[in-house]
Write a protein that binds this ligand. Structure first.
Ligand code: ATP
Ligand code: MG
Length: 430
């Protein structure tokens, strides 16, 4: 029985917090999100802020994005916003585009997927109407109680169907419904429990904590695409605490493959990673944002460091490529991202080697990924991003004030090199 269902099976009324009983003000909400809500309201629809935005506003934090849920159907939403695009097949959502690349997601309230009959074969494109539900059903299909609050900006009220307000007040992570069932249904929720507990410093409710431990292995069955999508969320914000929680529960291996196993087995290696992530979380809070590829390069860096610094002569680029081939990450990192990450690590590795040998192949500065590698080498060696005007050369000259050793000439067979004439003059035509 869910705590919001009465013993006789009837549904308890939601808790409604009217202003000034909650801390949310319209001024804290993205004006474009308010425009969408107000326009839908004027057209007779109900539209609320939902998910992480309401949770963060209740906690006095700035939300990362503003998601909206409404009783308008995707087609009805699209009709009212010229800049709206319907995406998805079975669950159609609307993305409303604004200048500067901003996108606000507007979703129709929907039922728990367990209560939706499977569509007949071949009818995926036109979703049957009964996937949609009431605000209450929409709240119950969500993962955590603190992620299922609604904020009605028109009535200036917070609506709670699932006990999320109480859990926020007690600083507690509670799964909606039976945790084991919800994890079996979607193992990524295990990760989400750990993420939100780690980011907010909340305690995980006993039942959920036991289910996280007993069902952790299920994460290995999640699709590579889902794991990649979720991992990118952790690379975008507050990375360190979540990575620590994932390691604590032995989950890194399901996401990062052999690198994850190494981070779980080797405390020293993991400390090195955490050191970098701490620096990264700090510099992000000062407004310096690394690209996704730079973040992946940082994640794999400690694992590859030994290879990068080996004294054994190797063809570094090929060696890195082979390591990535054998990595077997659970998260499916797209080929182009992986190739770029290898390039960034390769160049950073060459810089690192140059600090040891005093020699550098300066022609590498022409490579596309040089600026990204430069940012990374500053993070790794200096614990900070480069300041205006600082380059790798700045670091190199500081290390070798007397000047660098001459560049070693690399022998390459040249295509233009003329074949040696055989003794005795030109070969005669046949
Ligand atoms: P963040 O601040 O990291 O964006 P968030 O809670 O907004 O946190 P999102 O991944 O943006 O997380 O998801 C938006 C909302 O969708 C969540 O708040 C939650 O209500 C719901 N949700 C996301 N993933 C799941 C899931 N696997 N199962 C059920 N509900 C989910
Ligand atoms: Mg979100």
């Amino acid at each position: 029985m869910n705590k919001k269902e009465k013993p006789d099976g009837s549904v308890a009324e939601p808790i409604i917090l009217k202003a000034p009983g909650h801390p949310i003000t319209r001024a804290q909400i993205d004006p474009d999100a308010l425009k969408i809500i107000d326009r839908l309201d004027r057209q007779g629809f109900m539209a609320c802020l939902v998910g992480g935005a309401v949770r963060d506003l209740m906690l006095g934090k700035a939300p990362k994005d503003f998601d909206i849920a409404t009783d308008a159907r995707p087609g009805q939403i699209k009709k009212r916003f010229p800049n709206a695009y319907v995406i998805g097949r079975r669950f159609r959502l609307v993305h409303v585009h604004f200048p500067g690349g901003k996108i606000i997601e507007v979703a129709t309230f929907r039922k728990d997927p367990r209560n939706i009959p499977a569509p007949p074969e071949g009818e995926l494109a036109d979703a049957p109407v009964d996937i949609y539900g009431t605000p209450r059903e929409d709240a119950f299909r969500r993962d955590l109680t603190i992620n299922a609050l609604l904020y009605d900006a028109v009535l200036d009220s917070v609506i709670d169907y699932v006990g999320g307000l109480e859990d926020l007040a007690c600083r507690r992570i509670r799964v909606i419904g039976d945790p084991v069932e919800r994890f079996v249904e979607d193992p990524v929720r295990i990760w989400r429990v750990l993420r939100h507990a780690a980011r907010l410093g909340f305690e995980i409710e006993t039942c959920a904590a036991a289910a996280v431990r007993s069902q952790a292995h299920l994460l290995g069955t999640a699709s590579g695409a889902r794991l990649y999508e979720e991992f990118n969320k952790d690379l975008a914000y507050e990375t360190r605490p979540v990575i620590e929680a994932l390691r604590c529960h032995g989950l890194l291996r399901y996401i990062l493959g052999r690198a994850g196993e190494a981070y779980e087995a080797d405390a020293g290696l993991f400390r090195r990673l955490i050191g970098f992530l701490e620096i990264e979380d700090h510099i992000r809070s000062t407004g310096v944002v690394l690209s996704l590829e730079e973040m992946y390069a940082l994640i794999f860096w400690p694992w590859l460091e030994e290879l990068l610094l080996t004294e054994v002569p190797i063809e570094l680029h090929k060696a890195l490529h082979d390591e990535f081939q054998a990595l077997q990450t659970g998260a499916t990192i797209p080929k182009t991202i992986r190739a770029n990450v290898v390039q960034i690590i390769y160049l950073t590795g060459m810089m690192l080697r140059a600090f040891r040998s005093g020699r550098m192949r300066w022609s590498l500065r022409q490579r596309t990924h040089w600026p990204q590698a430069e940012r990374l080498i500053f993070l790794i060696r200096e614990g900070r991003p480069p300041q205006l005007g600082e380059t790798f050369e700045t670091l190199f000259q500081r290390r070798f004030p007397g000047g660098a050793k001459p560049e070693k000439r690399r022998w390459r067979p040249s295509r233009n090199r003329r074949p040696k004439r055989p003794a005795g003059g030109n070969p005669s035509p046949a």
